[in-house]
Design a protein around this ligand. Structure first.
Ligand code: PLP
Length: 398
């Protein structure tokens, strides 16, 4: 067996399908977000595809908290919590997370991906004969958790409540069920039908699990997410979120009732056997979450800028996916074209918009996904629209 050849074949296949992913080497500049340096050529670029949705990754309160914690405790966590105990910064962070979601308890993980993957597996261990109902557009980490759980599962068509009900109705109310959906779908930017799903969950006696990764920090009065904004937070059994996007750091978490979170803490392999978040990260996240809990300025400014950019794109004849969220998607429908447009924007206009290809989106659904933040000014927004118009038009002529 020529193992080397197998790896080469795999890469060549991706190149052939225009799915080879090149990560551009950038340096974010502290205090100057959304500016960054493209290390390939030294260009100063503007980042339009960061999930640091509110620019909190460079917020001075988080930076100061991080430095203070490093000076007090050093850089690492020292091991898994199971073996080495829980650093007090995590205790404080988990208290804050439970507060912003109005839940009894929260538990942190090394990422949002791990939070989904390991929690879903743990739920299937804890709840006998669990049947999982999962939205077709749920994130890869949810899919992984469901597959790894080996639980019986049904995938309902995206946001299709009739289909979900049809699937739920096959089982008696005595059977254990879990419905999993997202609050904001990250690629199309549409909202999950949370209230309707809650109603079905009550009718068929199912638990509810909502991935709020793209909602926390951005929606809700305390930045508690979309479920909070629509008044559905109390009806969700498990809220899952990330510290890595609007909260600007890294890590994932779940929040819910004490017994739910405790049982998961004691069963979830990806929690038990993995090193905890370092205290400095916990402090940075705590500082940002506490800031966003009180301050609505960042959220308001984000939504103002989103509206402005969407309007300008529409006026310019650039079609965007219709949604009411902060995610702006321009469907290109061809991997090669999407890649070329992205490269052209970077080269000629110093604008970084990552093209999104399969398997992140379906084949034929390739797109540009744009994220404006409170820190993009109006000139940057105008320049982006002008550049997009030019490059997309040029590409359509080819
Ligand atoms: N859930 C959704 C919907 C996501 O989009 C992502 C990441 O993009 C995750 C979970 C994973 O979160 P994290 O980046 O914190 O691992």
């Amino acid at each position: 067996m020529n193992y080397s050849q197998l790896f080469t074949n795999s890469i060549e296949q991706l190149i052939k399908e225009d799915r080879f992913r090149e990560f551009i080497d950038i340096s974010r500049i502290c205090g100057a977000f959304p500016h960054a340096i493209n290390n390939k050529n030294g260009d100063k670029i503007i980042v339009w595809c960061s999930n640091d949705y509110l620019g909190m990754g460079q917020n001075s309160v988080a930076i100061e908290a991080t430095i203070k914690t490093i000076k007090s405790y050093g850089v690492g966590a020292g091991g898994t919590r199971n073996i080495s105990g829980t650093n007090h910064e995590i205790v404080k962070l988990e208290e804050k997370l439970s507060q912003i979601h109005h839940k009894e308890k929260a538990l942190t993980f090394s990422s949002g991906y791990i939070a989904n993957d390991t929690t879903i597996q743990a739920l299937a261990k804890i709840i006998p004969d669990l049947i999982i109902f999962s939205d077709a557009k749920n994130h890869a980490s949810i899919i992984s958790g469901i597959k790894n759980s080996k639980a019986q599962r049904h995938i309902f068509r995206h946001n299709d409540l009739n289909h979900l009900e049809e699937l739920l109705a096959q089982y008696s109310t005595a059977q254990n069920k879990l419905i999993i959906c997202e609050s904001v779908y990250s690629m199309d930017g549409d909202f999950g039908k949370i209230k309707e799903i809650v109603n079905l969950a009550k009718k068929y006696r199912a638990l509810t699990y909502v991935d709020e990764v793209h909602g926390v920090g951005i929606y809700g009065k305390n930045g508690g997410g979309f479920c909070q904004e629509i008044g559905a937070e109390k009806d969700i059994d498990i809220i899952q979120g990330t510290l890595g996007k609007a909260f600007g750091v890294i890590g994932g978490y779940i929040a819910g009732k004490t017994e739910v979170i405790e049982a998961i803490r004691l069963s979830a392999s990806g929690f038990i056997f993995s090193t905890a978040l370092p205290p400095m990260i916990a402090s940075a996240a705590l500082a940002n979450i506490s800031h966003l809990e009180k301050s609505e300025a960042e959220r308001k400014e984000l939504h103002r800028k989103v509206k402005l950019l969407k309007n300008l794109l529409e006026i310019s004849g650039i079609e965007i996916l219709q949604n009411n969220s902060h995610i702006i998607s321009i469907r290109i429908g061809c991997a090669t074209k999407a890649k070329k447009i992205s490269a052209q924007l970077l080269k000629d206009h110093k604008i970084y918009v990552q093209h999104i290809n399969y398997p992140t989106v379906a084949k034929g659904d390739e797109r540009l996904r744009i994220t404006v933040t409170p820190l993009h000014d109006e000139k940057m927004i105008d320049d982006l629209v002008t550049a997009l118009k030019k490059v997309i038009l040029e590409e359509s002529r080819n």
